[in-house]
Design a protein around this ligand. Sequence first.
Ligand SMILES: Cc1cc2nc3c(=O)[nH]c(=O)nc-3n(C[C@H](O)[C@H](O)[C@H](O)COP(=O)(O)O)c2cc1C
Length: 209
Amino acid sequence: MIVDFDKASPEAFYKILIGSVLPRPIAWVSTINREGVPNLAPFSFFTVASSNPPVLCFAPALKFDVFEGTSKGKPKDTLKNIQDTGEFVVNIVSQELAEKMNQSSGSYPPGVNEFEKVGLTTAPSSRIAPPRVAESLINFECKLHQVISFGEHPGAGNLVLGRIQCAHLHESVYKNGRVDLDVLHPIGRLAGMEYCEVKDRFVMVRPEV
Ligand SMILES: Cc1cc2nc3c(=O)[nH]c(=O)nc-3n(C[C@H](O)[C@H](O)[C@H](O)COP(=O)(O)O)c2cc1C
């Protein structure tokens, strides 16, 4: 079966993508708006783009509720804040924080502080203004490198590339130069409402050619 992008609905294609590209890690992104109010939201269209220099990327889509009188999708608060301030933190989500991460994804109006809404603690960042999630075991402070926009219509993605300024690693999770996966206990996003834990692992040695 071939599903043509031109013929399928955006919703059908969205379901194919999130059901095929998985499990996806989750960037829990903290920003501040121009008035300095913190914002926090999860994004699973997320990965590493470069390790030297270290760059992370994630993709907030434009909202489906359009600007009045236009067919343009509204930017999510995270994207607007990053475009306004050029800074953000990617906080890693351990299983123990899953419920609060999910609560922080609610469509709260601009200016609502999700840290307060869901009961999380802000920790000051060292190189940028947006705060970190104190409860996260790993936080990456990032400065905006570039936003690549895929359109102005609802659902259009905006790939945010951020240069990592520094990483905060809780002492329990970083041992002998490695991140301990059993302590980090990260979760992944699947399709629909489903998530996974990193449990059934296996080892493969790469061929020496
Ligand atoms: C686990 C999870 C992953 C998500 N991934 C994305 C994503 O990759 N892109 C996106 O636009 N929205 C994603 N969302 C939805 C946003 O978190 C949601 O729209 C949120 O309200 C945006 O907040 P903001 O307006 O404060 O930026 C995700 C939600 C959850 C729960």
